[in-house]
Design a protein around this ligand. Sequence first.
Ligand code: PLP
Length: 354
Amino acid sequence: MTQFWSSIVHELTPYVPGEQPRIDKLIKLNTNENPYPPSRNALAAIRDSADESLRLYPDPDATSLKSAIARHYKIQTNQVFVGNGSDEVLAHVFMGLLKQDKPLLFPDITYSFYPTYCRLYQIDWRTVPLNDRFEINLDDYDDRGGAIIFPNPNAPTGRLLPVLAIEQLLQRLPNRLVVVDEAYIDFGGTSAIPLTRDHDNLLVIQTLSKSRSLAGLRVGYAVGHPNLITALERVKNSFNSYPLGRSAIAAATAAIEDDNWLQETRRRVMDTRHHLSRALTERGFEVLPSAGNFVFARHPQHDAAKLAQSLREHAILVRHFNQPRIEQFLRITVGTDDQCEALLNALDAIFSAQ
Ligand SMILES: *Cc1c(COP(=O)(O)O)cnc(C)c1O
C-alpha cells in the first residue's frame, strides 16, 4: 500500500546494519562490537536506576553525562551534545549543520550511513576517492565543496590520519565545517577533541558502542564550539526532548568515568589486532594497517564473498561490502584471542579443502 508513502520515502536507501543473528552459537566478527563486557560500574548504575524514579522523565539535557564527558576531555559542558547512539547524533549533524549551499564532501569508501543521511535530508554530496593505499588525503578536499565529514580512523578501512593533518585542514579551510567521526579513535588514534578549543569549524563525534562496549545502550556524543552544539540542541529539541533514558544516562556517565576499564580493554583489543593481522598476513592476506577494532583484508587467491560464505558455514560471521574498489575485502572485527583463533582455524580448513 505504498500509495500512502510520502514521496521522499520512495527515494530513501536505508542503511543495512550487519546481521544480528538470533542463534548465539555464531562467532560474531561482523559489526565491530567489543568482545569484552562494559564497565562493571556502568552495569551497577543501570541496576541502581531501575527503581520507581523511572516514572519520571529523564533530564532532557543529560547534564550528569555531559559533565562527565567535559571533565574527561577537559572541555566545557556547553561544548558537548549527547544523543541516542552516534548515529542519531550524526543524523542531527547532517540535518542541522551539513546541509549547505555547496555539496558535502566525504571519502568514496567510508561509513555507508553518510549517503543514507544525505538522501533522507536531501543534501547534495560529492565523494573524494581514497588513494590507492586506501588512505584519505586531506589535500584532495579543496574549496570547491561545502562541509567535510570523514571517520578517523576511517571505516571500513581502519586507516588512521594523524591529528596534525586534521589541524592543517582546519587552518587551510577555516570557513568550512569539518566533522570527524571518531567511533574507533580509542583503539590507537589520537582524538582531535583538543583542537575544538581553537577551531570553531571542528565537530568531533564519538560513541560508547565500540571502545566502551555499550552498543546495546545507544549513547553517542559530539564535541565542538558552543555555537555548533546549540544548533544540534535546536534540532534535537524539535525532534525528541528525551533521547536518552534515565538508565542510559546513569550507565553512560559511569562508563565515561571508568577510564581504567577503557584502558584495560582497548589494550587487549589492540594486542589481539596485532596478532590477528600478522596471522592473516602469514596466510597470504593483504591486511591494511588498522587503528580500529577490526581489520580490513583481502586475499589474492580467494574471492571475498565466497570466503565470507564459507566462514559462515563454520559459524563465523564477518562483513563483506559489495561495493566497487572493496568487493575483494573482508572486514573482520577483532574478537577475543579465542574467537580470532577459531577464525584462523576455519580459514585453514577452508584453504586446505580447496
Ligand atoms: C559504529 C559506527 C557509528 C555508530 O555508532 P552508534 O553510536 O552505535 O550509533 C558511527 N560511525 C562509525 C564510523 C561507526 O563505525
